[in-house]
Design a protein around this ligand. Structure first.
Ligand SMILES: [Zn+2]
Length: 273
């Protein structure tokens, strides 16, 4: 709440009232923080504060502008929220997708996400939009943000039950899902199921469209015994050897196989089902 509130106040201060790229460097400069690129090793960005002046350095050569902008947003989160904690922050790519661990890193990520993709501007475009990676990609272009950061925001605000998964070399790196009634369970390092498109594309590359897959490809424990239809869309990125996957879950009208067996067994015994 604190991080979202601080980012929201900036959107009001700088009159960000239409969907588009948030001018993070301009906001930083106006608040006394200079943004530079540098040959950093072992981290993606660094913030150094001296009184009411600061410098944010981002690693030179970050391929995606959206990723660089998220790094600046993350360091601005430390700038606005964590003056008492430290005057220097050195942040890795892993910390910039941390939404569960260190409270300061989580806050900086929430701040960056909210500053770059203000909820009041993002939600109207995402809530009822078709849940697919083309939609996410379009939103990433609108806000000049990375596909993964945009996908996480999309999952958070979509009315559809969905999850975003990033896997590298056939193993899950991280995942974000809305709701938890499906039996989707992700752990870092978990091997992709051989029935998933993500596994297929890890070996062959390329992109899939949204396709219905066997629920077992992703659902390990169907706690609520729902009849689910799982639609998977996966895109492989050669430069990272990673696959971004969007899963959409819907309740299926089709009876499950075990229910059919039970139905016929009961029928053969003259019982109603
Ligand atoms: Zn950080």
């Amino acid at each position: 709440m604190r991080a979202e509130g601080a980012a929201w106040r900036l959107t009001q201060d700088y009159c960000l009232d239409a969907p588009g790229p948030t001018p993070v460097e301009d906001i930083a400069m106006d608040r006394g923080v200079l943004c530079l690129e540098a040959n950093l090793t072992g981290c993606l960005a660094r913030l150094v504060r001296k009184g009411n002046r600061g410098i944010i350095r981002t690693k030179a050569g970050i391929r995606e502008d959206g990723r660089r902008r998220f790094a600046i947003g993350h360091e601005l989160g430390h700038w606005f929220l964590h003056e008492k904690e430290s005057q220097v922050f050195v942040c890795t790519a892993e910390q910039m997708r941390d939404y569960k661990g260190s409270p300061t890193e989580v806050e900086a990520n929430i701040f960056a996400s909210e500053l770059l993709m203000p909820t009041f501007l993002f939600r109207p475009l995402a809530a009822d939009a078709t849940p697919c990676l083309q939609t996410v990609s379009g939103l990433a272009n609108t806000f000049n943000t990375s596909l993964t950061a945009t996908g996480m925001k999309f999952v958070e605000l979509s009315r559809h039950e969905c999850a975003l998964v990033l896997s590298t070399n056939g193993k899950v790196e991280w995942a974000k899902q809305n709701g938890n009634r499906s039996g989707l369970r992700f752990e870092k390092g978990m091997l992709l199921h051989e029935g998933s498109l993500a596994r297929y594309l890890t070996e062959r590359g390329g992109k899939s469209g949204p396709s219905v897959v066997e629920p077992d490809a992703w659902i390990t424990e169907n706690w609520y015994e729902r009849r689910l239809e799982v639609t998977e869309e996966s895109w492989h990125f050669d430069e990272y050897d990673s696959v971004v996957t969007l899963l959409v879950l819907t309740d299926s009208d089709e009876p499950r196989e075990e229910d059919m067996i039970e139905h016929y067994e009961c029928k053969s015994r003259g019982l109603r089902t």
